[in-house]
Design a protein around this ligand. Structure first.
Ligand SMILES: [Zn+2]
Length: 475
């Protein structure tokens, strides 16, 4: 077993060029970022073969899973064989941790590894009673720093020029910890803002002049508006890059426009998940973000992860270019090299070349939200991010909104509660409501009831937005 671990670590390290610093402009690791698709496939094949053996040897969850279907690790010779491994869902991990509290058996970290090589514990931001936790190792910390630095480099974040305010509480969420160590690696100073309240952070932006603000899209909206309330203007602040994750942002066109105008900054995002892609396994580049009137797309870091999209019903892979749910295999972790984990966001993978010159596929339009958040209303599939895009196209409407779905006499009713901005005169309210309705109909193919609330009624979103109330099964 120890041998497979050593072999796995050797493979991880061998495919990690430019470990300490970027090669130069414009790529951190050009041998990976501009590799031909054939070369990327070769790397994936080589890493996958060892990853499956390592997972089988050190993760009881996968050993049971492969034994159950009689699949031997050596049966997986290349990415072409990937489909023989069954998909893993969050629910399976929930059941595993319930049966094996408090850690579950789905990582390669047991108590001995944790004591000897452990770095930090992270938890999924799930809503179930028993948290799914992930113990990562010190090697993982180094891997995260390197991968996140590559992503930040693609966004044009540079030492000697930038500094970053990380608006998070340094809690057990993966994303900004990786960013923190990436900035350390890159030699970029951090304006530390954990444990500082939002007004304090607004003053930090004003006084300490970070050029990068890292937070959820909801929080960037909240903090920018709070600055305005405090008589500070985010648009003339030092912030030139909003680096976001945690919820759909850059992929929602009207949210993107609102945030970029509010801050007069470029909105970037990274994408991943606690379980299998705690680093920026997908990220936007400055070439794409510079094209303001075109849809975005997100680069997939294909040397560190294998991304697939699958049909939401059958979980069978769908071809490149067709929409499906995201599935990821990690080729990039000592602690949590998950195989075919269903992350579950809708997206479309595409292989058109990017103007930045990075090869590998991209997620066209970004990621639209977890399938868990998807609703079926009167037979129509609805994403909260679709409603968000519609609502935010109406400039007279404030940032907060809520979606309420009820059932009246066997019929689903979609109510969207919005708040006209205080400066909008009452006689214009009916017109504003009508425009919200029209936008929702054209984007979501559903006629909503639009309910106008006095400005400030809905709770202000700070971290992750909770905008949906489905009351259909509530007596
Ligand atoms: Zn690009």
């Amino acid at each position: 077993m120890g041998d497979v671990r050593a072999e796995w670590i050797d493979v991880l390290e061998r495919h990690r060029p430019n470990r300490e610093r970027a090669e130069g402009e414009p790529y951190w690791a050009p041998s990976l970022e501009t590799a031909t698709p054939e070369r990327l496939r070769e790397i994936q094949d080589e890493k996958l073969r060892v990853a499956v053996r390592y997972a089988y040897g050190s993760i009881p969850f996968y050993r049971r899973k492969l034994d159950r279907i009689g699949l031997a690790p050596d049966d997986i010779r290349s990415v072409d064989d990937l489909g023989r491994i069954p998909i893993t869902t969050k629910q399976e991990m929930v059941e595993d941790v319930a049966a094996n509290p408090p850690w579950g058996t789905y990582t390669a970290v047991d108590d001995e590894v944790w004591k000897g090589r452990g770095w930090q514990l992270f938890a999924s931001s799930g809503t179930t009673a028993q948290a799914r936790v992930f113990r990562y190792t010190r090697l993982d910390r180094s891997l995260w720093a390197w991968a996140d630095a590559r992503a930040l480099w693609a966004m044009s974040v540079r030492p000697g020029q930038d500094s970053a305010l990380l608006a998070f509480g340094y809690g057990p969420h993966v994303w900004l910890w990786g960013t923190h160590y990436a900035l350390n690696l890159m030699g970029i100073p951090i304006v530390t803002a954990g444990g500082v309240d939002s007004r304090g952070r607004a003053r930090f932006v004003d006084q300490y002049k970070p050029t990068v603000l890292a937070c959820t899209p909801s929080y960037a909206m909240y903090l920018g508006n709070l600055m305005l309330d405090m008589g500070l203007d985010p648009a003339t602040s030092s912030v030139r890059i909003l680096y976001c994750a945690g919820e759909p942002g850059v992929g929602v066109p009207s949210t993107r426009r609102r945030l970029e105008e509010l801050w007069r900054a470029d909105l970037h995002e990274c994408y991943g998940c606690t379980e299998a892609a705690p680093t920026a396994a997908a990220y936007t580049c400055s070439a794409v973000v510079a094209r303001k009137d075109e849809p975005v797309s997100t680069h997939l870091m294909e040397d560190t992860h294998i991304w697939e999209t699958v049909d939401p019903e059958t979980l069978e892979p769908v071809p490149t270019g067709q929409r499906g749910l995201s599935v990821v295999t990690s080729l990039f972790s000592e602690a949590s090299p998950q195989l075919r984990f269903l992350v579950g966001d809708f997206t479309t993978l595409a292989d058109e070349p990017c103007p930045c010159g990075r090869t590998g596929r991209r997620a066209r339009g970004g990621f639209l939200g977890r399938a868990d958040d998807m609703l079926n209303v009167r037979g129509v599939t609805l994403f909260p991010s679709g409603v968000e895009d519609a609502v935010r196209r109406v400039a007279e409407i404030g940032e907060e909104f809520q979606i309420v779905v009820t059932r009246e006499r066997e019929l689903d009713v979609l109510t969207v509660q919005v708040e006209p901005r205080p400066e909008v005169a009452a006689e214009r309210h009916a017109d504003v409501a009508l425009r919200v309705e029209t936008e929702i109909i054209s984007r979501c193919e559903l006629r909503p009831v639009v309910e106008l609330l006095p400005y400030g009624t809905l709770p202000k979103t700070e971290f992750k937005a909770r905008r949906l109330k489905d009351l259909r099964n509530t007596p």
